[in-house]
Design a protein around this ligand. Structure first.
Ligand code: ZN
Length: 74
């Protein structure tokens, strides 16, 4: 699969890859170099305190997991 890079250095992620990896408009994608290759990885939404990716609630546009919410309450 090949894609052209535009004037601003952008490439389009093919729809089938976006679907496969659950990447939607507005999602964050991490870009890093590994073994001399450019690697893209979807940034999973996670709790700002513990990094958990389950049972997330939004507070002041930050994500906090239920366990940390309970911890903050006590
Ligand atoms: Zn948490």
């Amino acid at each position: 699969m090949a894609r052209k890079v535009d004037q601003l250095g952008r490439i389009v992620l093919p729809a089938e890859l976006r679907r496969l990896f659950g990447i939607r408009e507005g999602d964050l994608v991490e870009i890093f170099v590994e073994d001399n290759r450019i690697v893209l990885a979807k940034v999973e939404e996670q709790c700002v305190f513990c990094g958990s990716t389950t049972e997330l609630r939004e507070f002041n546009s930050k994500l906090v997991c239920v366990t940390c919410v309970e911890g903050l309450r006590s």
